[in-house]
Design a protein around this ligand. Structure first.
Ligand SMILES: Nc1ncnc2c1ncn2[C@@H]1O[C@H](COP(=O)(O)OP(=O)(O)OP(=O)(O)O)[C@@H](O)[C@H]1O
Ligand SMILES: [Mg+2]
Length: 243
């Protein structure tokens, strides 16, 4: 078997992230581990659900896996090679940066109010596809919008002119435009009514089937996750257990 067929796409080994607690009354305080020794393997094309109660560390783990924040200890490997050998600044310019993308909890907060949807989708490509021309960035944004099920007539609208469901699809298209191998979605349906959420989950299921994209779907809703995911892992107080 070729090594690429057995090497996981992404692997977390004993990841730990601690935060200093708020100290409204001063005094010494222990740093709390939001992520407390997590091992996780995601294969190419696999859809993994990440569920667990509020505050259990799901978003922190998702941000670690996308290397948007640095772990205190542990390792993170892409195709069997550690991503942590480079400094964060060097990693920000590295080609691997493109390969794991994340769409954020609260898409409304993560979309700049002055950017039209098409610009918001194309914007990360300035850093992640630096050789692409403006026309190529626009073409890739249109392709990503189509795959995310976002009507192209909406690309000129700013966030306040879009529904929550449409904003969720802008967030999805923005994360898809760099053509990642792994897409991390943090509570993509949390702000949506049941019917809109079901539509978005159908889009995610189709993306997975048609493009071989791996997904990490973070959600409170274990039923929703089961519709799309091959397996589910549960997070409790910073630790991960397979369901
Ligand atoms: N930047 C930060 N500074 C300090 N503490 C933080 C920070 N980010 C997260 N935490 C803490 O880490 C813990 C885990 O938070 P996290 O956002 O990862 O949980 P979550 O499982 O995503 O919760 P939810 O389901 O509500 O989104 C919480 O106790 C939170 O207060
Ligand atoms: Mg969260």
């Amino acid at each position: 078997m070729r090594p690429s067929a057995v090497t996981p796409l992404l692997e977390a080994r004993a990841l730990v992230k601690r935060f200093a607690p708020a100290r409204p009354f001063g005094g010494a305080a222990q740093r709390v581990a939001a992520v407390d020794g997590v091992d996780l393997v995601i294969a190419r094309g696999e859809a993994v659900g990440l569920v667990g109660p509020s505050g259990s560390g799901k978003t922190t783990l998702a941000r670690l896996l996308a290397r948007l924040i640095e772990p205190d200890s542990g390792d993170l490997l892409l195709d069997g090679r550690s991503l942590l050998g480079r400094t964060p600044a060097a990693f920000a310019r590295a080609p691997e940066r493109r390969r794991v993308q994340m769409s954020f909890q609260d898409p409304a907060d993560s979309l700049a109010p002055h950017l039209a949807a098409g610009e918001a989708i194309a914007d990360p490509l300035r850093a992640l596809a630096p050789r692409a021309s403006a026309a190529e960035r626009r073409a890739r944004a249109i392709r990503a919008a189509e795959r995310a099920g976002l009507g192209l007539d909406l690309l000129d609208r700013r966030p306040h002119q879009l529904s929550d469901g449409q904003k969720a699809r802008v967030g999805l298209a923005r994360a898809m435009a760099p053509e990642p191998d792994l897409l991390i979605l943090d509570e993509p349906t949390a702000a949506l009514d049941a019917m809109t959420a079901a539509g978005l989950l159908r889009t995610l299921g189709a993306l997975k089937r048609e493009s071989g994209l791996a997904l990490l779907l973070v959600s409170h809703d274990a039923d929703a996750v089961r519709l799309v995911c091959d397996r589910t892992a549960t997070m409790t107080r910073g630790r991960l257990a397979p369901a």
